[in-house]
Structures are given as structure tokens and as C-alpha cells.
Design a protein around this ligand. Structure first.
Ligand SMILES: [Zn+2]
Length: 217
């Protein structure tokens, strides 16, 4: 091997070493090497504003002015941390944030929390998807009166696992209320006691029908 060629090869090796990550003094510590956490940011797109979350629904000014978009962190069915959003009455926003924070700390699993606009304001689609939600400008089920959801004063939690049952009618269809399932609300469960402590009523306590997903205040 000629001396010129050896020098060229040596130079090439030096250049390759400099280009290798971890060798350069300017290399920042890789984020991948930092301590692993069990949290992750949900891929669900978050709304930037109340107006965006209310997109596609005509809401009377008086009601719209009383609403607030509340950011929620929750413990998912996948045992990871997620971010969700609820549209709520302003007066209940702090209360709800405290409740959901407690649920997160106690690892009560929630499937997902997205505003109804993600489902074209269709309650059935949201229920089938097991989505937790609050505000929807609609009447109460089987009624001509506005629901408390229309004022942002009622929350439906994991609706597929906590269905609405009126005689033989179950919503969402084919849903089963199974005490053994995670995310099911029971009278002796932590979530029930927590909402009651904050002064909320539970639809599972009603006599004429059972609305296991529903809390209102
Ligand atoms: Zn409800």
C-alpha cells in the first residue's frame, strides 16, 4: 500500500469517526436514553379553543357563554397517561378537574375523552366508541326537555361499559353492564364515592331507569 493511499484511508476513518453520533462534542444527550416513563401523549387531536371544540353545533349564546373547555389527564385502558378534553359549565370546571385528577391518581381507567364534535354531535356514535363526554346540546333520552348535558352539567363515563338501560332497551346496543370489567361504575366503587363527595348524582341510583354512565350536578 502506498503512503499516499494509507493517509487517504486514515483521513477517511477520522472523518467517519467525527460524523458518528456520540463522538462529536456538540452532540446533545439523546432523548431516548432518558429515563423511561409510562406516560404518553395521546394522538387524539386537541382543540385549541372552545370555539373549535363546539364546531358544527348551533348553541344559544347564553349557553355558549357559560361553557369552558377543560383539559383532562386520564389513566387509559392501556394503563398509560392520556390527555382529553371536556366541554363543561364554567361553574363545574374546577370541580370536574379535581375529580378527574383523583381518578387519574387512583388509576380508574377511562377509554377516551373527546368533545362531541369529534362524533358529529351524535351521542350514539360516541357511546359505541366508549367515549367519555359532557356537553351536547340535545334533549334528554326519550324526552322533549333539554338534557343537563345541554348545559354542560352532566358527564357520561365509559358509556359502553356503563350503558343506559330502560326496560329492554340498552344504549349503546349490545352493551353489557358487567361488574367485573375495568372502567365499570359500581355503587361501592371509588369513582361513585368520589362524585358523591363532590355533590354529584349518579344515574345508576335512579329507579325508573338505569343510566350507569351518567353523573350530574
Ligand atoms: Zn348522561
Amino acid at each position: 500500500m502506498s503512503q499516499t493511499r494509507s493517509r487517504k484511508i486514515l483521513l477517511l476513518i477520522i472523518l467517519l469517526l467525527l460524523a458518528t453520533p456520540g463522538i462529536s462534542p456538540h452532540q446533545k444527550p439523546s432523548k431516548k436514553s432518558s429515563k423511561k416513563t409510562t406516560s404518553k401523549v395521546s394522538k387524539n387531536k386537541q382543540s385549541d379553543s372552545l370555539a373549535e371544540a363546539l364546531k358544527g353545533k348551533k348553541v344559544p349564546d347564553k349557553i355558549r357563554d357559560s361553557l369552558k373547555l377543560v383539559n383532562i389527564r386520564y389513566y387509559g385502558y392501556d394503563s398509560l397517561e392520556h390527555k382529553g378534553q371536556l366541554i363543561m359549565h364554567k361553574a363545574l370546571a374546577k370541580d370536574a378537574a379535581e375529580i378527574f385528577d383523583s381518578l387519574f391518581v387512583h388509576k380508574f381507567p377511562i377509554a377516551k375523552i373527546k368533545p362531541m364534535s369529534s362524533y358529529g354531535w351524535d351521542d350514539d356514535s360516541s357511546m359505541v366508541d366508549n367515549n367519555t363526554s359532557c356537553f351536547n346540546y340535545r334533549n334528554a333520552a326519550n324526552s322533549k326537555r333539554l338534557s343537563l348535558h345541554a348545559y354542560g352539567r352532566a358527564v357520561d363515563i365509559n358509556p359502553k361499559d356503563n350503558p343506559y338501560i330502560l326496560k329492554n332497551r340498552v344504549s349503546p346496543p349490545n352493551a353489557k353492564y358487567d361488574a367485573k370489567k375495568r372502567g365499570t361504575i359500581l355503587k361501592d366503587s371509588y369513582i361513585y364515592k368520589l362524585f358523591k363527595k363532590h355533590g354529584w348524582k349518579w344515574g345508576g341510583d335512579w329507579k325508573s331507569l338505569k343510566d350507569y354512565q351518567h353523573f350530574e350536578k
